[in-house]
Write a protein that binds this ligand. Sequence first.
Ligand SMILES: [Mn+2]
Length: 323
Amino acid sequence: MDILSHLDDFFTKPEETKSGVSFCDIPKPISFEDSNVNIIGLPIDITTTFGKTASHGPEAIRVTSANQIETLVYEKNMEIFEKSRIFDLGDLLLPSKKKIDIYNKKDINSFWNDFDSQITKIISGLLSLKKKPVILGGEHTITYSLFKEFAKNNPLLLHFDAHRDLKPIYNEMKICHTTPFYHLINEGYLKGQNLIQIGIRQADKNENLFAFEKGIITFDAWDCYYSFDTILGWLKKKSKNRDIYISFDIDVYDIPYVPCTGTPEPFGLNPFQINEILNNIDDSSNLIGLDFVETGLKNNDFREGALATQTLLRILTHKFIKN
Ligand SMILES: [Mn+2]
């Protein structure tokens, strides 16, 4: 079946999701045909082990972006739609309608298999139309499936996170929120030297060893604090004329900024630092896609929705958004 002519069948429209609104609620709506950026909500939270809030990420971001936040990026004096013509596809209808038993590993594995084949087809269709998919998670596990299609362009993968997510297995689950980058590398979708991990401050010794052996580039939280200018210079040089994929876990931000996410950590980065890092991705580079994961929402606390939106606005007005 040609997925692109039946895209509607795979999504709950943004207005019909819990948020009731589309991302940023742009004053002049843009059609799918005219868009260059497509939002996809993936409200998935199955394998996270600590705080369970990530399934509310798309809702937190849509609600704040539409109701609280201006579409103008203040310091650039630029409207988001000057660079990104956004069409929000809505939330992906998840493959399994039946409730997943989170204690049943077979159930979980079959969910990820179905999800993998479904999302791969959708991403591949969007890329064939030169669209930039922007995926709102959801737990970080989704990057494992998402990135496989983007991998064909051999992009640099900029991974913002407190955690390396390089474990081979966790809680007896191979595919889960602490393992996506291990399996992408292990299965040949990603070369270590194309993975740049930024803001890292928690891992186990095996993850550190794996990162070293595979040539993964690490700018941990201490590098960001003590050698910031060196990182910025390196990033600018390395990103010249490259395709870029961003995987952004909101817990890269320091613990006071992220009251709702599942696994917040101290020693984190602040919004000025993140903005500086984004600004030093070279203008000649080309963003091919991005996922923004682990945004939480608890007790009507939309602070993370606001932080996620403000970060996304800066990414979506960067010169690396081509065409
Ligand atoms: Mn994380």
